[in-house]
Design a protein around this ligand. Structure first.
Ligand code: BG6
Length: 514
């Protein structure tokens, strides 16, 4: 179709209209860290933007014996500390009227009648139509109790396009291997229909992650070269400067592969490697993402040692701060074999990516916080403009910077001004902040709004979660089989262990310095 307007009208899903209906958000774990740091600040920012429904209520449920006023006070502190935009008195006074709290044990089946009574009272007082979203900001071990409790109390309605909606949001980790992921999915699936379940991977809510799709499919120059004919390899890096912090109990049981690769890094991979979806309808997009997971070449048995590196940080300095070695962090077993760093080399066995390696790495206590996808294009024939063919001209690299300096850069080779023919790489740089002025919304803002409008594109479907565990579990099994006595180390504040350098350097390539 040309711009002259010949051809069919554009598809109805080519622009999103976000108008959520009035609803009630019930947060299990309402007094917890996630609610305080992420969820309520996200709601406050949506409120400031005027994007929340005109009528909404938030009911926090938790063990802490708080009243509505205490909950509002602690929420206010959370917003003051973590909100993207500062708390202002006037909007806060408006916003806090929508916040409620009920204390109770989620393990106790009796609690659910009280929740029902309270919820219905708020709905009646606020003239809410019965649209409900249940957010499980609690460990997965409690999912069964909550789902069963909600069902027994008659709080779960089956999907009905003509009636009020009922949705559930679940956080990671969904399982620690394929089997446990299936169990968790089954527990939720017994009570909620798949169309009602929103599994969060907050990376998918990041603005710059969403921009990957726009970059690829709203520009004509990239897609023709986005394949094995032009691309030498890709690197996906998620490095964190923070160590394990106060989460040792969780992290000891988890490690970097489960915590970051199984979800966030594999989802980044899906976005950069997927085929173009034919529409933006949520299942169409989710289908092309999951196809990538299905093409992942298995890494199992002997291959695990060859294609993966795991390591732990030893003591060092990050940002001038002394960081103890992982095994000396408070709450960590001094003999721990939990990995705080992973590097992987993987292949996608499909037509587009035949033979192209993808190198992934992620770690805690690294030199700096940086998330990036780098696409390295193939070398040019080393014939022109290169006096020394032994020293190859640097290749073109398109780097998509996800955080913290959101943007992208393209490395190209340019002539150095002067009479000699001398070349040098230069970077074309685009910074999100400079181009659009306003800071990007937080991932949770976008994701909460999407649940309210019922758009599941940025959420993990059951089959995707299980497909990614199906690929990750043999690596975990391989590590277990090859023993856990010794783990390579890397200095806190470095770019990772030498073993990871070897993984890529053995192929004649190098990790990027970010
Ligand atoms: C979480 C992990 O999912 O993602 C954390 O559990 C990690 O360990 C965090 O620190 C990183 O998220 P972000 O948005 O800060 O890159």
């Amino acid at each position: 179709m040309t711009e002259s307007g010949q051809g069919p009208p554009s598809r109805p899903d080519s622009g999103r209209v976000l108008t959520p209906e009035p609803c009630m958000l019930v947060i299990f774990g309402g007094s917890g860290d996630l609610a305080r740091r992420k969820l309520v600040p996200a709601l406050y920012n949506l409120f400031l933007d005027g994007t929340l429904p005109s009528n909404f209520a938030v009911l926090g449920i938790g063990r802490k014996p708080l009243g509505d006023e205490d909950f509002r006070a602690s929420t206010r502190e959370g917003i003051t500390a973590y909100s993207r935009r500062p708390l202002a008195d006037k909007p806060w006074t408006e916003f806090e009227r929508h916040l409620f709290y009920l204390s109770g044990s989620i393990e106790d089946p009796q609690s659910y009648q009280a929740i029902k009574t309270h919820l219905e009272k708020i709905e009646a007082e606020r003239s809410l139509p019965g649209n409900r979203i249940f957010y499980l900001a609690i460990p997965p071990t409690s999912y069964a109790a909550v789902c069963e409790g909600l069902q027994r109390a008659g709080l779960v309605r089956p999907p009905d396009p003509a009636g009020p909606f009922c949705r559930i949001i679940v956080e990671k980790p969904i399982g620690r291997d394929l089997q446990s992921a299936r169990q968790i999915n089954a527990v939720i699936g017994q009570v909620f229909d798949e169309s009602q379940i929103f599994r969060i991977d907050h990376y998918l809510g990041k603005e710059t992650v969403q921009n990957i799709m726009v970059l690829r499919f709203a520009n004509s120059i990239f897609e023709p070269i986005w394949n094995h004919k032009y691309i030498d390899h890709m690197q996906i890096t998620v490095s964190e400067a923070e160590g394990v912090g106060t989460r040792a109990t969780y992290y000891e049981e988890t490690g970097a592969l489960r915590d970051m690769v199984q979800n966030h890094l594999l989802q980044l991979l899906c976005l950069v490697a997927m085929e173009p979806p034919y529409s933006l309808e949520s299942d169409v997009v989710r289908n092309v993402r999951i196809d990538v997971l299905r093409c992942l070449r298995p890494i199992a048995g002997k291959d695990v040692e060859q294609f993966t590196v795991r390591a732990q940080y030893s003591s060092g300095k990050v940002d001038g701060r002394e960081v103890p070695g992982y095994r000396r962090e408070p709450g960590v077993n001094p003999d721990s074999t939990t990995e705080t760093y992973v590097a992987l080399k993987l292949f996608l066995d499909n037509w587009r990516w035949a033979g192209v390696p993808f190198y992934l790495r992620t770690g805690k206590a690294m030199l700096k916080r940086a998330t990036e996808v780098a696409v390295q294009f193939k070398d040019i024939p080393q014939i022109l403009f290169n006096p020394n063919p032994a020293a190859r001209q640097p290749p073109n690299v398109l780097a998509l910077r996800i955080q913290p300096e959101e943007g992208m850069s393209l490395r190209i080779i340019s002539k150095v001004p002067g009479s000699k023919v001398q070349t040098n790489p230069v970077e074309m740089n685009f910074k999100y902040g400079d181009a659009f002025g306003a800071p990007s919304p937080e991932a949770y803002e976008r994701l909460l709004l999407d649940v309210m409008v019922g758009d599941a594109s940025l959420f993990m479907r059951r089959d995707a979660v299980e497909a990614s565990w199906a690929w990750v579990t043999p690596i975990l099994d391989g590590w277990a089989a090859y023993g856990t006595k010794w783990l390579p180390e890397y200095l806190a504040g470095s770019w990772g262990p030498v073993e990871a350098d070897r993984l890529i350097e053995n192929d004649g390539r190098k990790w990027r310095t970010l």
